[in-house]
Design a protein around this ligand. Structure first.
Ligand code: GLC
Length: 741
């Protein structure tokens, strides 16, 4: 008996040690040990397989080792519907409808990092529930021209605001074990010629304007992946670019995540191997011709790469680095068993969408306090305009969604108006009656064959007999509007909306214009319209959020994340910036000199004294605020010391509201040209009527520095600086001077 027992004990011991969990599967092991262990077990073919796609949106794991596939999904505002294996078309599932959150321009317009954290957590939960491990977003390309078709997906013209607002989004997403994939890195500031534009920009501008938001995303946000852009920089595509990916992203910033190509952004095997690309998606190549599907083994980082290695023309050093980064991404997401399970279309997500939208809507003008409409009295309201009806979650490119619901502005206004109000609707204008993207249709029949003059006549007739007219117009998600892969033709509103607005202004003094767009638009009628609301593309709860503001259930607190110019030639990119670039002779490459340098947006307007239509940081409230004088805790700092500025803000009105205190730094005497002022701090403060709070903002040498391209480092020149505090870039309340020694 004893012998038998001893024998079985030996067998058990041997077996249990044999079955000991491999390090890469042992969750208690450090991440890097797991990566090295998995790498050491992979064959050459498995390593090459894992660094490129096997379908439209997923890349293979290592089946033999139980390392799962990596599933990516668009987009920054909501989780794209499931598509067919190798198609853009949706797969017509019945359980993949989502919540559409506001577009990121609206999130930026909240100037509230807490909203960004709520946004990231919520959208990350939707991605997690849909079993996606990489969200292809957020985008933080700087708003350089109001013609860029994709500005609605980004966070405005200021690198400090975009950087501060992108970090909580990333952390919120990644708290779900889902990777953010910050895009499009970098210099993708227009859609026209997006694959062929070679951006020429000086280093100081690159480091001061176009990189900071990405740098914060990596260093402060800890982004687990980055998406390379389509365009060129220094004649190399951004998806395999020595300077941007190896030198800056992985070198200077120490990025340890994976660089994912934009879909179709990879063009060259050798460059893709050596210039920093880690994961190739969306290439249409079967030997360099476009369009063949299921050509995954022909990807640049597939068989062509394997062939070079087998022929001894290249080693596996780069390959192992790529594989490490992809494994790290998989271990942080797919193989992170501690991650939550997510949720989809929950009440919390709708509430989040509505709250973010309500905080991002910007009250641009409110002469005579036309708004909010008090629906306690019997009120007749006429709503005019196609955008009061038109679904905006379908279209616009890869950020297009299949939503569970989208409340239109008209529905929202009707929901909120209550029984005292009679709400009528007339079309006003006909814009784009289509409504389909990748097989997702709006189901709306917007067809209307009447002429513009008939439509305007009807609107004017109806407008004369009501208490309020709410015109809901702006842009939409069609080509040459707010839409990927095309830019706008001009700053003007399309579909002759200006004529409708002018006619309505003459017909009714209580005209409210609600502009739905992700870009600035020209407003030639601005003096004739008493109330103007910038309502963005705000997703599933659009109508409810707009109505909340119109009827005063929400006191607007949004601030513009980009300048509204009076005319296009007031914009630096069009005044001196060479947009859209100059085509090379005999080459399909457009060189575009960012001649305006660091003077982008308000930096240009302030420094050149060009008055904007509405300024960066502008946004009104239904209450009023008073700023006390700015104070500082010290008059001089040196080295790494910080100075704290405090300013008391009082709600001097009779409703609760929120103000965004903005702190700009000016360096009046410097050996190099510097903008008149630059945003270096902000805080949103919520105040009850009569309440005062002290807002404190800290400034250190990084906030005072400029990038010295010659030295390739940030420099702060000793001397006097100004700290200007205000409620908008064109509304400075007071300033303090201090020294940096
Ligand atoms: C698109 C976009 C990118 C998107 C990707 C996948 O072309 O540029 O933002 O995530 O392809 O749809």
């Amino acid at each position: 008996m004893k012998l038998k027992y001893i024998f079985s004990l030996i067998v058990f011991t041997v077996l249990s040690t044999k079955a000991e969990k491999p390090i890469y599967l042992d969750l208690n092991q450090p991440l890097e040990d797991r990566v090295e262990d998995a790498l050491s077990r992979m064959t050459l073919k498995e390593k090459v397989n894992i660094i490129h796609a096997q379908s439209k949106f997923c890349s293979p794991g290592v089946q033999r080792l139980g390392i799962p596939e990596l599933w990516t999904t668009d987009g920054p505002h909501g989780i794209r519907p499931e598509v067919l294996w190798d198609e853009w078309e949706q797969a017509c599932w019945s359980n993949d409808s989502c919540v559409a959150f506001p577009a990121l321009t609206c999130l930026a317009a909240t100037w509230n990092p807490e909203m960004s954290a709520l946004y990231g957590k919520s959208i990350g939960e939707e991605a997690r529930y849909r079993k996606k491990s990489v969200i292809l977003g957020p985008g933080v390309n700087i708003y350089r021209t109001p013609l860029n078709g994709r500005n609605f997906e980004y966070m405005g013209e200021d690198p400090y605001l975009a950087g501060e607002m992108v970090v909580p989004y990333i952390k919120g997403v990644q708290s779900n074990g889902v990777a953010a994939c910050v895009k499009h890195y970098a210099l993708n500031n227009q859609e026209l010629n997006r694959h062929t534009t070679n951006v020429i920009v000086d280093d100081r501008t690159l480091y001061e304007i176009y990189l900071p938001a990405f740098k914060k995303a990596v260093i402060d946000g800890g982004a687990w992946s980055i998406m390379g852009a389509y365009n060129y920089y220094k004649d190399q595509h951004l998806c395999h670019n020595q300077y941007m990916l190896n030198d800056i992203l992985k070198g200077e910033w120490g990025f340890d995540g994976a660089v994912i190509s934009d879909w179709g952004g990879t063009h060259n095997t050798e460059e893709a191997i050596t210039n920093g690309l880690d994961l190739e998606f969306g290439s249409w190549t079967n030997g360099l011709s476009n369009g063949r599907s299921n050509a995954y083994d022909n990807y640049y980082l597939a068989d062509p790469y394997l062939k070079l290695i087998k022929e001894g023309k290249i080693g596996t050093k780069e390959l192992d680095d790529k594989v490490r980064r992809v494994l790290r991404l998989i271990f942080r997401t797919e193989m992170n068993p501690c991650r939550p399970y997510g949720s989809l279309c929950s009440d919390e997500h709708y509430a989040a969408a509505r709250k973010i939208a309500g905080e991002g809507i910007v009250l641009l003008k409110n002469k005579g306090n036309v708004l909010p409409i008090r629906s306690s009295m019997p009120t007749r309201i006429l709503v005019v305009g196609e955008n009061a009806l038109k679904m905006m979650t379908v279209g616009g490119g890869s950020s297009s969604l299949k939503v569970q619901r989208e409340i239109s502005p008209l529905e929202g206004i009707r929901n909120c108006a209550g029984n005292n109000c009679e709400v009528r609707f007339v079309r006003g204008y006909v814009g784009d009656v289509t409504g389909e993207y990748n097989g997702v249709t709006t189901g709306q029949n917007l067809k209307d064959d009447r002429s513009p003059s008939e439509l305007i006549a009807e609107a004017v007739r109806e407008a004369k007999g009501v208490d309020y007219v709410i015109f809901v117009g702006g842009l939409n998600k069609s080509q040459h509007q707010d839409c990927e892969d095309s830019d706008r033709a001009g700053l003007e509103l399309p579909y002759a909306q200006d004529d409708v607005i002018e006619a309505l202004a003459d017909a009714n003094k209580n005209l409210i214009v609600v502009n739905i767009s992700g870009n600035a638009v020209a407003m030639p009628w601005v003096k004739k319209v008493p109330a103007i609301v910038q309502a963005w593309f705000i997703g599933s709860e659009a109508g409810n959020a707009i109505a909340d503001v119109i009827f005063g259930n929400v006191n607007p607190s949004g601030k513009l994340p980009f300048t509204f110019p009076v005319k296009l030639t007031d914009v630096a990119a069009h005044a001196v910036g060479e947009y859209p670039g100059l085509k090379r002779v005999n080459e399909d490459i457009w060189d575009e000199q960012y001649g305006e340098g660091i003077l982008v947006g308000y930096r240009w307007h302030d420094t050149k004294n060009i008055s904007p239509l509405f300024a960066f940081g502008h946004g009104l409230s239904y209450t009023t605020f008073a700023f006390g004088k700015i104070k500082s805790n010290r008059n001089a700092i040196s080295g790494d010391e910080k100075v704290t500025f405090t300013v008391p803000v009082t709600n001097t009105g009779d409703v609760a509201g929120a103000e965004v205190v903005q702190l700009y730094i000016s360096d009046p005497k410097c050996s190099v040209m510097r903008p008149a002022k630059e945003l270096k701090g902000f805080a949103k403060v919520f105040l009850q009527p009569g309440e005062t709070k002290e807002v404190s903002l800290e400034i250190g040498k990084d906030d005072l520095s400029y990038f010295d391209a010659g030295k390739h480092e940030w420099v702060v020149e000793p001397g006097e600086f100004k700290a200007l505090v205000g409620s908008a870039s064109d509304n400075i309340k007071s300033f303090a001077t201090f020294k940096y020694n």
